[in-house]
Design a protein around this ligand. Structure first.
Ligand code: GLC
Length: 558
């Protein structure tokens, strides 16, 4: 077993003078969703001890870093994205000592740790918010959130027309300590997630202190939740449209992607830079265009931003080429690496997205054609890992897991499922605990069952079943990530070289490599471009010709 030391990758961007160089530039970063990764204490819920025990698996997978979704003290109204105390671990996940052990053990194995930071909103059980409510109108603590009187004769209407991303109004009316109806407060997500007022200096001070707390704990970076949401347009103006869902993602909203957010990230960058060892911040910023996403990674702001335009692209050669080009072009002027992501805890897994017809969005309720979905998912992953920049892998995608689309309603926990007409709603399907073993309680996830039911057949997709199995998705990921380490050319630079290719096919040159992708439903014959290195499905090379099967990606060394 090889132990990969997380030596900072240097020099991989020699082709880009003045480009920032750091370990994160071409890193493969693995997202752990702590509830669903491994359960160390047998209560049916994943925890930090479980993650620590399984870190050797991640080292062997070959990833550079691990990003953990929130594990902080939280009433779990939104699976931990509602934080009551940013410096404490929720008992369901363990203790600060467990976090310390996890960080130390990861570092000893050569893995870096990125934690989630949730600055747009707190939990309604956060001390500040609880006191703001209890103290009633006039409490100075209310200025740290967005409290407003309602409209209408008796203040019975919300202060503006914004809707929650999870559906319903983005405002909830409070009850005064004397029992009378009171002011309203803003929550872009669930009512249990009141938005902070980032114009208040105490909020900014608090988050600078939280950053330092975790940096002192030794973390290597932060994934910044809803990074596009912190600043709201002055005066909280009405949107003036009843079709917020259509506007989201296509327009700058009065509550998303306001220019003022960048000031905050500049101040955070100075803190990150004070610490040794290349600590990074990664923006979860849903913006209308890749160009606006690039604003978050200007040289004095964050290091990376998720590329949701890429995640949202259909399995279609022309569309993929367009989004790859526009992503690279958008990042070039700011000198940040482009990132690539296909799945996370908020969207239907890509094996299921690609099993369904395009155009259904990222919350899909049908299983579709599973074989096709898996074939395409494997091909999509090999394409992603051949692109310059940093790639994100969501736990379980290395097993080719599909979304669990038939969860019974009574098992569902996603708050947006219960609020009609929300943007999201079917996120439980990608959050089902992953299978480690063929048999046993919750397929090796833990000794005490699983907080979301796992489907029959999960065991055959387990790490145990796939380890050492030729052609398994897990072995494909291992081989691909190992090849990226061995040939830094694969993740390096800021360009791809498009070569001529038939419709539905991509042939792209990378330093020392050619990657061929057939996105069509039929095999395609191509001239052999080099020596076959890795393929997402068996391919037949006949002399100078290769027959690329439907939905297949192949890496060639040249
Ligand atoms: C982000 C998280 C998502 C959460 C939301 C509110 O989008 O990824 O899971 O529900 O923020 O915090």
């Amino acid at each position: 077993m090889t132990q990969h030391l997380a030596a900072p990758s240097t020099g991989t961007s020699a082709d880009a003078p003045g480009h920032r160089i750091g370990w994160w530039q071409d890193a493969v970063i693995y997202q752990v969703y702590p509830r669903s990764f491994a359960d160390g204490n047998g209560d049916g819920m994943g925890d930090l001890a479980g993650v620590t025990a399984r870190l050797p698996y991640l080292r062997d997978l070959g990833v550079d870093a691990v990003w953990l979704s929130p594990f902080y003290a939280s009433p779990q109204a939104d699976a931990g994205y509602d934080v009551a105390d940013y410096r404490a671990i929720d008992p369901m996940f363990g203790t600060l000592l467990d976090a310390d052990a996890l960080i130390r053990e990861a570092h000893a194995l050569g893995l870096r740790i990125i934690v989630d930071l949730v600055p747009n909103h707190s939990s309604d059980q956060h001390e500040w918010f609880k006191r703001a409510l209890a103290e009633g109108p006039g409490s100075a603590l209310r200025d740290r959130y967005h409290f407003r009187p309602g409209k209408g004769a008796d203040g019975e209407l919300p202060p503006n027309d914004w809707e929650s991303i999870f559906g319903g109004p983005a405002w909830t009316r409070t009850t005064n300590p004397d029992g009378t109806p009171g002011d309203w407060y803003l929550h872009l997500f669930a009512p249990e997630q009141p938005d902070f007022n980032w114009e208040h200096p105490a909020v900014a001070d608090e988050f600078r202190s939280i950053l330092r707390f975790w940096l002192d704990m030794g973390v290597d970076g932060f994934r910044v939740d809803v990074a596009h949401g912190l600043v709201k347009a002055h005066g909280l103006p009405d949107l003036g449209s009843h079709d917020q869902l259509k506007l989201l993602g296509n327009d700058v909203m009065p509550f998303f992607d306001q220019d003022g957010v960048h000031e905050i990230y500049r101040s955070w960058r100075t803190i990150l830079d004070e610490y040794p060892g290349d600590r990074i911040a990664v923006a979860e910023a849903w913006t209308p265009t890749v160009e606006r996403t690039a604003n978050y990674v200007r040289p004095d702001e964050m290091h990376q931003a998720f590329n949701f335009q890429y995640l949202s692209t259909a399995w279609d050669a022309a569309e993929l080429r367009t989004v790859i080009d526009s992503s690279l072009a958008a990042m070039r002027p700011v000198g940040a690496p482009t990132t690539w992501v296909l799945s996370n805890h908020d969207v239907t897994r890509h094996a299921t997205r690609f099993a369904n017809p395009p155009g259904l969005g990222t919350q899909i309720r049908t299983a579709g054609d599973r074989d096709k979905g898996l074939r395409r998912a494997r091909a999509a992953t090999l394409l992603m890992l051949a692109l310059p920049g940093s790639a994100y892998v969501y736990q379980g995608e290395e097993l080719g897991l599909p979304d669990v689309t038939d969860l019974p309603d009574e098992a569902r926990q996603d708050p947006s499922f219960f609020r009609a007409e929300g943007q999201d709603g079917f996120r439980d399907g990608c959050r089902v605990p992953i299978p480690w073993t063929r048999e046993g309680s919750s397929y090796g996830f833990g000794d005490g069952g699983s907080w979301l039911p796992q489907p029959a057949g999960w065991g055959e997709l387990s790490i145990e079943a796939q380890t050492g199995t030729e052609g398994s998705t897990l072995e494909l990921y291992r081989a691909a990530i190992a090849a990226r380490r061995e040939h830094p050319g694969l993740g390096a630079g800021t360009d791809v070289e498009w070569k001529s290719a038939p419709d539905g096919v991509l042939v792209l040159g990378r330093p020392g490599f050619v990657c061929t992708v057939n996105t069509t439903d039929a095999p395609v014959a191509l001239p052999v471009p080099g020596t076959l290195l890795l393929a997402s499905a068996p391919v037949a090379v006949d002399g100078d010709t290769v027959e690329l099967p439907a939905d297949t990606t192949v890496w060639w060394t040249v």
